[in-house]
Write a protein that binds this ligand. Structure first.
Ligand code: HEM
Length: 154
């Protein structure tokens, strides 16, 4: 189950990255072109929220049930904080990812409530851009991550 959860978590990460990048660039394009808010943009934001919530569920299950990394950290949190690898899995990854997921939710709600098309695009670019940056910084498997892992586990 652990391996399967890691695989689904990894594939969902790629899906979320692509979705968030797409939504972010749609926001920027809309902002600079002055185009009306597209229906596809609203739908994509809904799909991103669903993917983010799924990712949160699997992340929490990994964290509290399946991961040997977090199990080991929870045995002695004090010692885990001094271990770069354990600290990453026990604190840094979950916190940054949780923030990104919150940004996705806030972005979708604020964009939906936007009073003008321009405000829709600004809110979309801002909040989904922040969510994208959080994942690029806090998920392993990127060239700049010091925590190994392949970019896509299959
Ligand atoms: C947008 C949200 C998230 C993304 C993009 C993400 C991404 C990833 C990636 C790429 C991995 C490595 C998978 C692999 O080994 O191939 C991973 C592992 C993991 N993630 Fe997340 N994650 C997210 C949210 C969360 C959350 C909210 C938590 C917990 C609070 C969490 C906890 C974990 C744990 C415990 C592991 C496995 C550590 C191990 O045993 O090796 N993740 N995550």
């Amino acid at each position: 189950m652990y391996e399967l959860a890691l695989t689904v978590h990894s594939v969902l990460r790629l899906a979320l990255l692509l979705l968030l990048a797409w939504i972010f660039f749609m926001g920027l394009r809309g902002l600079f072109s002055g185009a009306p808010r597209p229906l596809s943009g609203v739908l994509l934001q809904r799909v991103a929220v669903i993917c983010a919530d799924l990712q949160l569920t699997i992340g929490l299950l990994l964290y509290f049930v399946w991961s040997p990394q977090t199990a080991s950290a929870m045995q002695n949190m004090g010692a885990a904080m001094k271990d770069k690898e354990l600290r990453f899995w026990a604190v840094e990854h979950g916190t940054l990812m949780l923030l990104s997921i919150i940004f996705v939710h806030v972005g979708k709600i604020l964009a939906k409530r936007a009073g003008s098309d321009r405000s829709f695009h600004v809110r979309t670019a801002l909040w989904f851009g922040l969510a994208l940056a959080g994942i690029l910084l806090g998920a392993p498997g990127t060239p700049w991550s010091e925590h190994g892992r392949s970019f896509l586990r299959l």
